[in-house]
Design a protein around this ligand. Structure first.
Ligand SMILES: Cc1cc2nc3c(=O)[nH]c(=O)nc-3n(C[C@H](O)[C@H](O)[C@H](O)COP(=O)(O)OP(=O)(O)OC[C@H]3O[C@@H](n4cnc5c(N)ncnc54)[C@H](O)[C@@H]3O)c2cc1C
Length: 410
């Protein structure tokens, strides 16, 4: 049955032609009724509480603690955690769809959800029972924000070249070095840090640690001003004889690099979701604008060159959602290994490339108005760019996909 949910009336009013479908009718993403209700709640929050903040977040470049508070109150961080750790236990597909919904209106706010998953995943995948019991409930409630610290000034794409060291000293590890471009720097309560425990090995000499933000010797050296996702902090961390108890080692010593890669296999879905959301938000806005703006006696949506752009934009969004939801279904089915690596790289690659193309077209459809800050599409275009870069650039995603294609076919 087709219906419009009354709680979403204002949201749907901005999205002409889109209705919620439930019951036996086609449901996309394919969620159960309870999950759909949760997604409808996220949609309402996005429309009524988050969207109206997006322009100010972009303009002030201030981290939106009010959005974090909203997520805490509404239990949204719980979407990424199992019930036994204080989460909703509702799975990856819903979590990705939630990031998508929020990112339609505010990419910074979408990233706050995605970064919570990114920073928590090493603990979820490889943490001990004790580490999980200590940290995951506080991450699920949002009491702690998380960050993932792999990149350094000399090692981005070549992440195994990292130089931060962790030397064992009695019951501690002593960390020295620095990390670059870390999302949530300065706002996270917990950092997952990758450091070298064996100088003679490359990727086989890296270990993962949980480092609490108030650990002496850990400093946020600077925050980066940037093109987009302006409310998200991106910063440099320095470790100066930073002592971390040995029980904060995640997994076994020297086994941090495979953990870092397994994290990215799962977290890239969050970036794909952010990218699709940005693209859909831009398409919705451009469509509404094109139906209202008239030139040469008719709405610009009726000029074929604009109509063709709109058709391509929506088609790209729908194709991207297909890859995104497929990845969510694979994660929920427990798919792992090369198949998951390939699927997450494909979702991230495609969704981010279409986000850049679609938002650029949205700016074009608005003409001069697209270029000025009074309208949201220029922000969406700036926000889209990062999705092609972080959690592995799209050049690296293509290399990963090709590598896994060859591996899977042999
Ligand atoms: C806003 C922001 C947030 C970020 N958040 C985090 C975070 O939370 N945690 C974290 O650890 N990192 C984070 N990063 C880092 C990000 O993942 C890296 O910037 C990214 O992986 C690229 O690394 P790089 O900047 O060193 O570029 P480089 O590796 O120097 O690459 C430069 C260019 O060369 C290309 N290139 C490199 N190697 C190859 C190759 N073998 N083949 C073909 N092309 C290649 C790249 O695709 C790119 O176009 C963030 C970055 C930004 C900007």
């Amino acid at each position: 049955m087709w219906y419009t949910d009354s709680r979403n009336a204002s949201f749907l009013a901005h999205r002409p032609g889109r209705a919620v479908v439930t019951g036996s009718a086609f449901a996309w993403p394919p969620l159960g009724d309870d999950q759909r209700e949760l997604l409808a709640l996220v949609r309402t929050l996005a429309t009524e509480r988050i969207g109206p903040r997006a322009a100010a977040i972009d303009e002030t470049h201030e981290f939106p603690w009010d959005i974090v508070e909203l997520y805490r109150e509404q239990g949204l961080f719980g979407l990424f955690f199992e019930e036994r750790h204080g989460g909703t236990g509702t799975g990856a597909l819903l979590a990705l769809a939630a990031i998508e919904e929020v990112s339609k209106v505010c990419a910074t706010s979408g990233l706050i959800l995605a970064a919570q998953e990114l920073g928590s995943l090493a603990l979820k995948l490889a943490g001990s029972e004790e580490q999980q019991a200590r940290y995951l409930p506080r991450l699920a409630s949002g009491e702690l924000l998380a960050a993932y610290a792999l990149t350094e000034s000399g090692s981005g794409s070549d992440s195994a070249a990292l130089r931060t060291t962790a030397e064992r000293d009695g019951g501690d590890y002593v960390l020295n070095g620095d990390k670059r471009f870390i999302t949530n720097a300065g706002v996270a309560g917990l950092y997952t840090v990758f450091a070298r425990t064996d100088a003679t090995a490359k990727h086989r000499g890296i270990s993962a640690f949980v480092v609490e933000s108030d650990t002496p010797g850990l400093e946020v050296a600077r925050l980066e001003p940037k093109l987009g996702i302006a409310g998200s902090t991106t910063g440099e961390l320095t470790f100066d004889n930073c002592r971390v108890p040995a029980e904060n080692l995640i997994g076994a010593e020297d086994e941090g690099f495979p953990i870092a890669m397994r994290v990215l296999d799962r977290s890239r879905g969050g970036i794909a979701a952010q990218a699709v959301g940005i693209a859909e938000g831009a398409t919705d806005y451009a469509l509404k604008y094109a139906k209202e703006r008239e030139t040469m006696g008719q709405a610009i949506s009726k000029h074929q060159l604009i109509a063709g752009k709109l058709a391509d934009m929506d088609t790209a969004c729908q194709a991207a959602r297909g890859l995104l939801y497929r990845l969510g279904l694979m994660l929920d089915a427990g798919v792992d290994g090369p198949e998951l690596t390939k699927a997450s790289a494909q979702a991230k690659l495609f969704c981010s490339d279409i986000a850049m193309a679609v938002t650029t077209d949205a700016v074009q459809i608005l003409g001069g108005y697209g270029y000025i800050k009074e309208y949201p599409v220029e922000r969406m275009m700036r926000d889209a760019k990062i999705t092609q870069i972080y959690e592995g650039t799209n050049e690296i995603q293509r290399l990963v996909i090709a590598r896994e294609l060859v591996r899977l076919s042999s």
